[in-house]
Design a protein around this ligand. Structure first.
Ligand SMILES: [Fe+2]
Length: 481
């Protein structure tokens, strides 16, 4: 039998076996049906965390999973692959927040084969009540290209009310990306746990299949409940959900909390410095360093950037970002999109960091701008999301995809150059911009609305396009100040 047909037959057989278990769920107590299923990665490439929730506690919570097929085309077809069902017991945690109570389950699947499709369902062995079956791809071992969806400031209410289709679009394009990074103000629950519930069920078609990684925002600090929901509803790879890091493909991703102390003697500050020290030692293998937090520190929107808190965090963070040669810094909080030219020591410089503001996932937009500084390369206030494509050790591409017309509105490529000096850990980069839609050639954008660009944006975009290709070299940067 053709190996693909064999795999499909095996999958169908197992699906019907799982469905039989699901058939018995017609008259069951709704309180024990698993919901809000989402996955996240750990620091190990061979693991995946699965989390879900039930309204009433169940006694024997498990994740049942099985290998569907290796995804590496070079895989040896003759290798005997174990596709039998595995069962891993979950831990359960009864969480009470105000009047709201539920049981949150968490399980870490271990010893996964690299780059392999697995299917799984979660539920309870005692009652026999299980979720539908979902699939995820396990991680590659070592360096590899990848695509990450990036955004912040997402509101379920606005998305549903305005019939925005960002989540639908991402579901349509599940095969086009590997991981999601949402950097704060995750759903604007602000203490209302039902909003969290709505959010997780809304994003479940994506979050059950792609690791959903998060950064804490100010709206995750829910008054009298503090960060309790954020701490219990996610499991990020670190000692806490607030500051942690992980390697993914050719990138090291450092997540920080702008909602906790960042001052020099704080535990978080020590973690950030020590993490970047270590990341730089492995830069040959994992060359890209991406830092993400919630409150943006550089931008030209009228909201927020001149506030004392922003200035304080900028003064603390930018010298660290410069010193350790962070390539991309991703932030939200301000509800607009802005990309800077590479900035080093406060000036445009190809050694520097590209600061990206992408707080455009759904919250009310901040449309007021200051006069555009020279370091501000592109800015707009429309809902959308970013796609970060780490193509290789040398090449990284980012684009901003606007939801209004489902088109790419900003895009740039960073190309690393060799160090001038082996002792210089700040690698010089070439930055170029283009608007060719090669990267998104397979991105599904069906059902697009009538294009309705604003005149101002049309002008700005055409100005950039006239200037392309744009390349920034050290000499140019010296002249540009
Ligand atoms: Fe915020």
């Amino acid at each position: 039998m053709n190996p693909m047909n064999e795999t499909n037959t095996r999958l169908n057989t197992t699906r019907s076996r799982l469905h039989k278990e699901e058939e018995g769920t017609q008259d069951i107590d709704c309180g024990i049906i698993p919901e809000q299923i989402h996955i996240s990665i750990t620091r190990s490439s061979s693991e995946m965390v699965v989390m879900w929730l039930t309204r009433k506690i169940t006694n024997d919570p498990v994740c049942k999973y099985f290998l569907v097929k290796p995804l590496n085309p070079a895989e040896d077809d003759n290798e005997i692959i174990d596709t039998t069902e595995n069962i891993t017991r979950a831990t359960s945690n009864v969480v009470t927040i105000g009047q709201w109570q539920a049981t949150i389950y968490s399980v870490t699947l271990v010893n996964l084969r690299p780059y392999t499709m697995y299917s799984y369902k979660v539920g309870d062995m005692e009652t026999g009540v299980y979720s539908n079956t979902y699939s995820f791809s396990s991680r590659h071992y070592g360096g590899h290209p990848f695509t990450m969806v990036t955004f912040a400031d997402f509101t379920v209410t606005e998305e549903v009310k305005n019939k925005k289709q960002a989540i639908k679009r991402l579901v349509q394009n599940l095969s086009q990306f590997d991981i999601i990074l949402e950097f704060g103000d995750i759903c604007y629950a602000d203490g209302d746990q039902e909003v969290w519930d709505k959010f997780f069920n809304h994003v479940q078609p994506i979050a059950a299949c792609k690791p959903w990684m998060v950064t804490v925002g100010n709206h995750e600090n829910e008054g009298e409940f503090g960060f309790k929901a954020f701490e219990n509803r996610f499991k990020m790879p670190g000692n806490n959900n607030f500051w942690y890091s992980f390697n993914y493909g050719y990138a090291h991703i450092l997540v920080i909390s702008t909602e906790h102390d960042l001052s020099e003697d704080s535990p978080q500050h020590q973690f950030i410095v020590s993490d970047l020290e270590k990341a730089n030692k492995f830069r040959e293998k994992v060359p890209w360093i991406i830092l993400t937090g919630h409150r943006a520190i550089i931008g030209s929107n009228k909201r927020y950037f001149q506030k004392p808190k922003c200035e304080k965090q900028r003064k603390i963070l930018t010298p660290i970002i410069d010193k350790y040669g962070v390539d991309i810094a991703l932030f939200g909080h301000c509800h607009a999109y802005e990309r800077t030219h590479p900035i080093y020591n406060g000036e445009i410089d190809p050694r520097g960091t590209v600061y990206l503001l992408a707080g455009v996932a759904g919250a009310q937009l901040d449309k007021e701008w200051q006069i555009q500084p020279q370091w501000s390369a592109y800015r707009t206030a429309h809902h959308g999301y970013g796609l970060l494509h780490v193509k290789s050790r040398k090449k990284l591409r980012f684009c901003y995809h606007r939801e209004k017309d489902r088109k790419m509105w900003d895009s740039f490529t960073l190309t690393k150059r060799k160090n001038d000096s082996p002792n210089d850990n700040v690698i010089k980069k070439k930055i170029s911009y283009d608007y060719e839609n090669k990267f998104l050639k397979n991105w599904i954008t069906t059902g697009s609305d009538t294009d309705n660009h604003s005149t101002e944006e049309e002008c700005y975009r055409s100005k950039l396009e006239t200037n392309r290709p744009f390349e920034l070299s050290l000499a140019e940067s010296n002249n540009s100040q």
